[in-house]
Design a protein around this ligand. Structure first.
Ligand code: MYA
Length: 458
């Protein structure tokens, strides 16, 4: 009832959206909101590498929160507080990203959210909720964390925006632009003027377009739930054989990453990622500690903390140097309306790095011989990662068409998805319904061809 009453006040939203954007009142075309924002407006326009807005200082920024329509209030969320985390978790579990056919919905764990929202230097003020004033019910959320980005030659502090969510009953009321403007304001107040984010929707203007690929690790279940088709003439038993990955890893020295590996892994990762045009820098070792070690499962105060990240290294058996690292994170999806299964245990490829790319190969780095060597090492690493994912009970390993992934996706039998979330398509030549798009706010940079070689992201 309260939501319904508050809804009546929501016609105000249209007025509010013009707040601070005088030009908005004239903007009647497509992307009413996005055309007012400092983002590249058209693809193919000239890209002068750098900020789009004129330089500003925090003193130029509106000091009070944006106005919400009557009946709603802002609420900064303390995700380290169990009750507040539960509220964010419930909102996302019931209302976050779904596929077009409403078969699957992301079901981030509380441990995942804590990991994703509290890296070193995170700002509580950037975890922003909207509540119904009367009942206190959380109905909207957006989050930012601080990360350092390098885009081509330039390195800058940035926000990474994620988990934008509006309760299903409040959709299409222009609440999202208010959340986006409020997070922008709070980020700007800390003298940060750029942001990076990904989305399944097309807005002005992506710098990279990726597609999700899926490696089947549990054929009977994936067929059963309609995630992947059973091709005519094919049997489950044959699929099981086709996708078997074994139970033992094969790279000598392959083992779980531990805290002591952080300095070496950090150096290797930075060097590897420096080859890509746009990346998160991981310039501090504590970033590597957070993103790869803090997410390991453990007992805390007698309670089990679920694992979020699975990270592995290859330690050279003779020199004891770390030559490779590879990782995935766990992001289950709710399977909606299935009699037998209610969760899809999905692993998502995360960062990896290998010193093989720096090894001399034949007559030069780009020689065919060198490429073969790189491909062989990466494929071996991913095979071992699949063994670990399957052994740990994951049904599928997902990967995007970024970094060096094109070197192993086909060989390791990843199939192209029909969306940014789910489903192995029957016809791989069919265009995807959704791509997974990468965006920068207030930063112009030439788009990256085919999405390859961008940074990975949670
Ligand atoms: S991506 C995940 C987004 N979440 C979901 O998909 C969950 C399920 N969906 C929902 O909860 C709602 O549909 C959402 C939109 C909340 C997404 N990114 O309020 P509206 C634009 C950017 O009437 P609703 C993630 O978390 C849309 O084009 N803009 O719509 C990264 C339109 O503008 P325009 C989006 O459906 C988020 C306007 O909103 C998105 O009720 C990065 C319509 O508003 C989207 N995913 O709510 C955010 N979806 O008319 C940007 C819709 O112009 C951060 N819209 O086309 C920018 C940087 C900010 C910090 C800067 C610091 C310097």
């Amino acid at each position: 009832d309260d939501i319904r009453k508050a809804l009546q006040a929501m016609d105000l939203m249209k007025l509010l959206e013009a707040q601070g954007n005088p030009s908005n009142s004239k903007a009647l075309g497509e992307h009413k909101f996005w055309k007012t924002q400092p983002v590249p407006q058209t693809e193919g326009s000239e890209y002068k590498e750098g900020p789009i807005d004129e330089p500003k200082t925090p003193a130029d920024v509106r000091q009070e929160p944006l106005a919400l329509p009557a009946g709603f209030v802002w609420s900064t969320m303390d995700v380290k507080n169990e009750e507040q985390m539960l509220e964010v978790h419930t909102l996302l579990t019931e209302n976050y990203v779904e596929d077009d056919d409403a078969m699957f919905r992301f079901r981030y764990t509380k441990e995942f959210l804590l990991w994703a929202l509290t890296p070193p230097g995170y700002e509580e003020e950037w975890h922003i909720g909207v509540r119904v004033q009367k009942t206190g019910k959380l109905v909207g959320f957006i989050s930012g964390i601080k990360i350092e980005i390098r885009a081509r030659e330039k390195t800058f502090d940035s926000a990474e925006i994620n988990f934008l969510c509006v309760h299903k009953k409040l959709r299409s009321k222009r609440l999202a632009p208010v959340l986006i403007k409020e997070v922008t304001r709070r980020v700007n107040l800390t003298n940060i003027w750029q942001a990076i984010y990904t989305a399944g929707v097309v807005i002005p203007t992506p710098f990279a377009t990726c597609r999700y690929y899926h490696r089947n690790l549990n054929p009977p279940k994936l067929v059963d739930i309609g995630f992947s088709p059973l091709p005519r003439g094919q049997t489950i038993a044959r699929l099981v054989r086709q996708y078997a990955v074994g139970t033992a890893t094969s790279t000598p020295g392959f083992r779980e990453m531990v805290a002591d590996d952080v300095p070496q892994v950090a150096t290797l990762l930075r060097r590897y990622l420096a080859r890509f045009p746009i990346m998160q820098t991981f310039s501090k070792d504590e970033d590597v500690m957070h993103w790869f070690i803090s997410g390991l499962g453990r007992e805390e105060n007698g309670k089990r903390v679920e694992q979020v990240v699975w990270a592995y290294v290859v330690e050279d058996p003779t020199t004891h140097e770390i030559t490779d690292m590879v990782s995935f994170y766990c992001l289950p999806s709710t399977i909606m309306q299935h009699p037998k299964h209610d969760v899809l245990n999905a692993a998502y490829m995360y960062y990896y790095a290998s010193d093989v790319v720096f090894s001399a190969g034949g007559s030069g780095e780009d020689s065919d011989q060198h490429k073969v060597k790189v491909e062989e090492r990466l494929n071996a690493l991913i095979r071992d990662l699949m063994v670990m994912a399957q052994t740990n009970g994951f049904d599928v390993l997902n990967a995007l068409t970024l970094m060096d992934n094109n070197m192993f996706l086909n060989q390791q039998q990843f199939g192209p998805g029909d969306g940014y979330l789910v489903c192995i398509v029957t016809n791989p030549d069919e265009p995807a319904n959704h791509d997974y798009l990468h965006y920068l706010y207030n930063w112009s940079t030439a788009p990256i061809d085919g999405g390859l070689n961008t940074t990975a992201k949670r």
